[in-house]
Design a protein around this ligand. Structure first.
Ligand SMILES: Cc1cc2nc3c(=O)[nH]c(=O)nc-3n(C[C@H](O)[C@H](O)[C@H](O)COP(=O)(O)OP(=O)(O)OC[C@H]3O[C@@H](n4cnc5c(N)ncnc54)[C@H](O)[C@@H]3O)c2cc1C
Length: 411
């Protein structure tokens, strides 16, 4: 097959890249599984946005502090300064974020206040290590809301061909440049997709772990291919463990109990039902405290209580978590749930520059596969959807020769 651009992966990174490329490009997108089976569909908590210009310093510092100051400052700056434009893009594509109760939707929609800013219209939640609420959300299924809307848009594009159950097994390299990919379909047939440019948007590495919140087919395939060709990799040891997944003895993906539950006031308890940590510290710190408590007590989980959030908040903001826990036998409006840390996110990956270009010509990487340095040693909650979208757009602009309007600035 021939394409101008071939995109590996149909999560937010891949979909947004396709939407930002010019319509006269012939694009082929492939996914290892079905179109809905990507981690992007699983995101619960939300997506960050620079709340207003006075929020810049605090958002920058929160991201750097969570990342142990190992973040690439210029990438953090680009992400934060691009965030409002990206959120506006999502709203324009029909993504529906929770609005403020107090906002007068009827009158404003009627045009009486056409200039209302995003922060005046939408509600913001808070998660661990954020010093203020700056996270937009759609109940506790933000990822599904964003990704399904982007997928619907891509499906309408006549220049994009979507291939399900098609796995990239290698890349085509000529004169040290990437010229496309080698794939295998469901029946085991192998074929080549030749392309001027290739974008890896193939997600994280959770499938390599016994306990992970990720889909099992996300196995870091781009990393193995990179090693083969000497494509630069970065921070392969920076793996985020999420402190709170629902404890279960069943095999398979671990169900995430979003950090925004703690942001709204849920507390962690030991076996004596005593608190042992500040729940809003960064993820790695909370995970360490849970591990230590489990070791001290000789238990294989701790407890999380959402009870004080009240039934109304739980049913309104966390209906998916409520329902899933109920299916597992726990009513979170009345009782604690057992939680345990599990692999969740990969901060390292294929090294890219600020336009998402890898060290190989004509090869780009976006989303969790890539490492543009935004997250440093540890990701700040709800920064990854935003980071994926910002740098997918930058890759698309670079490929099409369009200027990336937000420039790296001297920090
Ligand atoms: C449970 C959960 C909750 C989360 N909550 C949040 C949140 O609230 N906020 C936030 O910002 N982030 C959150 N995240 C992280 C965020 O969802 C991901 O980092 C982000 O969606 C990654 O997007 P992506 O496009 O890079 O990859 P993905 O969405 O994972 O997509 C990867 C794609 O690559 C395909 N693929 C992989 N290998 C191959 C191959 N060899 N050949 C062909 N296709 C391949 C897959 O089939 C898939 O289509 C959460 C993650 C999880 C797991």
């Amino acid at each position: 097959m021939e394409a101008d651009t071939v995109i590996v992966g149909t999560g937010v990174g891949g979909l947004f890249s396709a939407l930002c490329l010019p319509r006269d490009q012939k694009i082929i997108m492939i996914t290892k599984s079905d179109l809905e089976s990507s981690d992007s569909f699983l995101a619960q908590g939300g997506i960050c946005m620079l709340h207003d210009k006075d929020d810049y310093d605090s958002y920058f510092e929160d991201t750097m502090k969570a990342g142990h100051y190992e973040n690439r400052k210029e990438s953090v700056d680009l992400m934060i300064r691009s965030s409002r434009e990206i959120i506006q893009d999502l709203i324009d594509y029909g993504v529906d974020f929770q609005k403020q109760d107090t906002y007068d939707h009827e009158n404003k929609a009627a045009g009486k206040d056409g200039n209302a800013e995003i922060q005046d219209i939408y509600a913001f939640t808070r998660e661990g290590a954020h010093s203020r609420p700056r996270i937009l959300f759609h109940a506790d299924i933000t990822g599904k809301e964003i990704t399904s809307k982007l997928l619907a848009q891509v499906k309408q594009l006549s220049n994009v061909t979507l291939l399900e159950y098609t796995t990239m097994t290698d890349i085509i390299v000529e004169n040290e440049e990437c010229k496309g990919i080698l794939v295998q379909d469901k029946e085991g047939n192998e074929f080549e997709i030749h392309a001027e440019n290739t974008i890896w948007a193939s997600g994280g590495i959770g499938g390599r772990y016994k306990h992970s919140t990720n889909f099992p087919h996300l196995t870091g395939d781009a990393l193995a291919i990179s090693e083969k060709y000497g494509i630069r990799l970065e921070h392969l040891d920076y793996v985020q463990i999420h402190p709170t997944t629902l404890y279960s003895k069943k095999p398979g993906r671990r169900f995430l109990i979003s950090e925004s539950v703690r942001g709204e006031g849920a507390v962690l308890l030991n076996s004596k039902k005593e608190r042992f940590v500040n729940e809003l510290l960064p993820r790695d710190v909370v995970t360490k405290a849970i591990r230590e408590e489990m070791e001290k007590e000789g238990t294989d989980h701790v407890w999380l209580s959402m009870v004080k959030l009240g039934k109304e908040t739980i049913m309104g903001h966390f209906p998916n978590i409520y329902q899933h826990c109920l299916e597992e036998g726990y009513d979170v409006t009345k009782e604690c749930i057992p939680v345990v840390p599990a692999q969740h996110y990969f901060m390292g990956g294929v090294w890219v520059d600020s336009d998402s270009k890898t060290s190989m010509e004509h090869l780009y990487a976006v989303g969790e596969t890539s490492c543009n340095g935004v997250h440093g040693a540890n990701r700040l909650a709800s920064n990854s959807l935003l980071e994926s979208l910002v740098f997918a757009k930058r890759a698309a602009n670079k490929i099409s020769g369009a200027e990336n309007e937000v420039k790296v600035r001297e920090l």
